[in-house]
Ligand binder design. Structure first.
Ligand code: PLP
Length: 384
């Protein structure tokens, strides 16, 4: 029987299973001590002051947009080459999404296109920017911070693809994705296809104490019991609903899995980098790898993308051979829902050209060398 190879998948170890079983036998199932442990370990991993764990990456984006005060009539700029949730979080809050084109060398939101949008608009029309470290390629947040400050905007990084990635700042320092040095908030997901799996799960990291405290409230309905934050206090039972939030809590069951997986994050990243290098070497002469490789930036390789003119042909051929490649992403500004946006700039040639050719081939730490070779062989077979 032919083995099937997906484009991405989780790896669950015996330690992961033990950690979950231990939690199931403990006093806490929903948010409890394992969530706090996970938050502290994750903040340490990325180098941020604070981390708030939530039920999934989409909830993290939604709470982030709420905390950053997205409201009716506010415009937020993001990339069309991302998962829907990146833009949807703005819509949840009543804001408008404006898409700017990608840079064909990195596939990330092109800062010059963003600059053009900001320069051509009335002052004050835009409220924030959500760049995405797509495929795991780190956004140059220092450059985006500078631009955001010039226009008085907030900056929320969608880092769902990029735990472990880093870029080098202008003074030569390594800046880890999610470390809070430049972005107001950074967003992570623990969906099984991402680097760290918790089933469903998400995390928001920040260095801003005020945002952190607000996110904690928003995660639990907008309720606080913190004595120093209460307007009144009627006794030990007393709490206040201070703003409208949600139940976006993650469970201790999920957090114990996420925390156990986090311990292997560096190992997994190392393997992803190794696989990327094998692919890079094998495909060099075909010129199908267009994303920049750089010594001063660490791509976390959530995805490995090739660009080919006969994308559908390659996709179907690989599928026939048990290799389930995928397309990331169909440009969001072409989705029926976003086509209705009034202020939409619909001509984004780089994103559209990229979409015509892109294909994500298998990339995950438990991919065996022989499977990598099999994928390479099939890609070469088809293209030669
Ligand atoms: C996975 C993902 C999300 C959403 O995360 P969920 O945990 O699935 O809700 C958001 N943005 C990007 C870029 C993602 O890859």
């Amino acid at each position: 029987m032919m083995k099937s190879i997906p484009y991405g998948r989780q790896f669950i170890s015996d330690e992961d299973i033990d950690a979950v079983v231990k939690t199931l036998k403990s006093d806490f199932l929903t948010q409890g001590p394992r969530v706090i442990e996970f938050e502290q370990a994750f903040a340490q991993y990325v180098g941020s002051k604070y981390a708030v764990a939530v039920s999934n990456g989409t909830a993290a984006l939604h709470l982030g947009a709420m905390a950053l005060n997205v409201k009716n009539g506010q415009k937020v700029i993001t990339t069309p080459i991302t998962f829907s949730a990146t833009a949807n979080c703005v819509k949840y809050c009543g804001g408008d999404v404006v898409f700017a084109d990608i840079n064909p060398e990195t596939y990330l939101l092109d800062i010059e296109q963003v600059q053009d949008l900001l320069d051509s608009s009335d002052k004050g029309t835009y409220q924030g920017i959500i760049p995405v470290s797509f495929t795991g390629y780190p956004v140059d947040l220092q450059a985006f911070r500078k631009l955001a400050d010039e226009h008085n905007l907030w900056l929320m990084e969608d880092a769902c693809h990029a735990p472990g990635a880093w870029f080098t700042d202008s003074s030569g320092h390594q800046q880890n994705v999610g470390n809070g040095a430049f972005a107001d908030l950074s967003i992570f997901s623990f969906h099984p296809v991402k680097h760290i799996a918790s089933g469903e799960g998400g995390m928001i990291t920040t260095n801003n104490k005020q945002l952190y405290e607000q996110l904690l409230r928003l995660r639990t309905h907008g309720i606080t019991k913190e004595p120093e934050l209460l307007l009144e206090n009627h006794g030990g039972w007393y709490y206040e609903l201070q703003e409208l939030g949600y139940n976006y809590r993650i469970t201790d069951i999920q957090a114990s899995l996420g925390n156990s997986q986090l311990k292997r994050a560096d190992e997994g990243l190392k393997r992803r980098i190794e696989i990327a290098k094998r692919y890079d070497d094998a495909f060099r002469s075909l010129n199908i790898v267009k994303q920049k490789r750089s010594e001063t930036e660490q791509n976390a390789f959530h995805l490995y993308v090739v660009e080919v003119s006969d994308r559908k042909g390659l996709y179907d051929y690989l599928k026939k051979n048990g290799i389930y490649a995928q397309v990331h992403y169909i440009p969001l500004h072409k989705m029926p829902y976003y086509r209705q946006e009034e202020s939409l700039k619909t001509d984004l040639p780089n994103a559209e050209g990229y979409y015509e050719r892109c294909l994500s081939i298998p990339m995950y730490p438990s991919l065996l060398d022989e499977e990598v070779n099999f994928v390479i062989e099939k890609v070469l077979n088809y293209l030669n």
